[in-house]
Write a protein that binds this ligand. Structure first.
Ligand code: GSH
Length: 331
């Protein structure tokens, strides 16, 4: 088994320098009618606190009270040669990995691989599929029974976290439905443009390899933020239907990273959330300060350290900026 070196710039299209995100490989679901049954302690979630896609799964896990059902391992924020890695457990069970750009030192909040004591996330992927050829991304849901990956696509993981374990949950947790039948049309429609222009839009700006690709990505991002600010200008607390839905979760993980990281590191600087989009800012602050599932899963140290340190082609000095003065403004 070898650890493969992958560069972020490998995601850029060779012809026009635009950023292309890969399609996730493992797409099964957990649920009472699935091959993967919702059993307590059976599944393990691998995440990075830095990653907006993994962050979605942590928020839904907390909102649905699934902490007792699904344990978590958190990778170190530095994603260097060899990809995501864990911190040193008391003793590694896997052989010392061949690529050693780091020494597996600790970082507050990062963990070892709680399940298998592995060095790299890539080893989790190879354990599920020795022939795996794509990128080693978080989040990953691992099944301890069949020793395989159930799913590595956040948009699907949050859907089965939303309903898959309902039979065992308390009434309050069961009743929380982040993808209610009557709002699905509206949620899907909003998710689509928010994904393209905002969630992935910031990456298209940041990982653009040409001036043209960058400018082509910034314009729709700017327009989408203006559209969202207008939407929130009626004072609504949530995006759709007057209730918390997955649309809020999916938008939050990008917006909370915007001022600390995307504005500077990814050059998404047409405006900042706090100074230029007052209504988005109000919605953001409400979720962060009033909902522990959002605040407690948001770790600004991991977020800033990851982006500024890991993308050496964008920030070769690896200096992590001290600002903005506050990560998120008070209510
Ligand atoms: N479609 C995936 C995307 C996940 C993703 O791209 N995660 C990034 C971190 S933000 C990653 O792990 N990248 C590793 C790499 O590029 O090698 C999802 O939404 O779950």
């Amino acid at each position: 088994m070898s650890t493969v070196t992958q560069k972020i710039t490998d995601w850029a299209d060779k012809k026009d320098g635009s950023f292309k995100r890969q399609t996730s490989t493992f797409r099964a679901v957990i649920g009472p009618d699935s091959h993967f049954l919702p059993e307590k302690g059976r599944y393990h979630l691998y995440v990075s606190y830095a990653c907006p896609w993994a962050h979605r799964t942590l928020i839904v896990r907390a909102l649905k009270g699934l902490e007792e059902y699904i344990d978590v391992s958190v990778v170190h924020p530095h994603m260097l040669e060899g990809g995501w890695h864990f911190v040193k457990p008391s003793d590694f069970t896997s052989n010392p990995a061949p690529v050693s750009a780091h020494n597996f030192d600790s970082f507050p909040g990062a963990t070892s691989d709680q399940l298998n004591g592995l060095h790299y996330l890539s080893e989790v992927y190879y354990a599920a599929s020795p022939e795996y050829k794509a990128r080693f991304t978080v989040p990953v849901v691992w099944d301890t029974k069949e020793k395989t990956i159930v799913n590595n696509e956040s948009s699907e993981i949050i859907r089965f976290f939303n309903t898959g374990f309902n039979e065992s949950l308390s009434d309050k947790e069961k009743e929380l439905d982040l993808y209610p039948e009557e709002l699905r049309g509206e949620i899907d429609e909003l998710n689509e443009w928010v994904y393209n222009d905002v969630n992935n839009g910031v990456y298209k700006c940041g990982f653009a390899a040409t001036q043209e690709a960058y400018e082509k990505a910034l314009v729709p991002l700017r327009d989408a933020l203006e559209r969202l600010d207008k939407l929130f200008s009626d004072g609504r607390e949530f995006l759709i239907g007057g209730r918390l839905t997955e649309a809020d979760v999916r938008l939050y993980t990008t917006i909370v990273r915007y001022d600390p990281v995307y504005h500077g590191h990814f050059k998404c600087n047409w405006g900042s959330i706090r100074h230029d989009y007052p209504h988005i800012n109000r919605w953001l602050k409400n979720l962060y300060w009033n909902y522990p599932a959002f605040k407690d899963t948001t770790d600004f140290d991991h977020i800033k350290e990851h982006y500024y340190y890991s993308h050496a082609h964008i920030n070769p000095t690896r200096i992590v900026p001290l600002g903005p003065r506050v990560d998120i403004e008070p209510l």
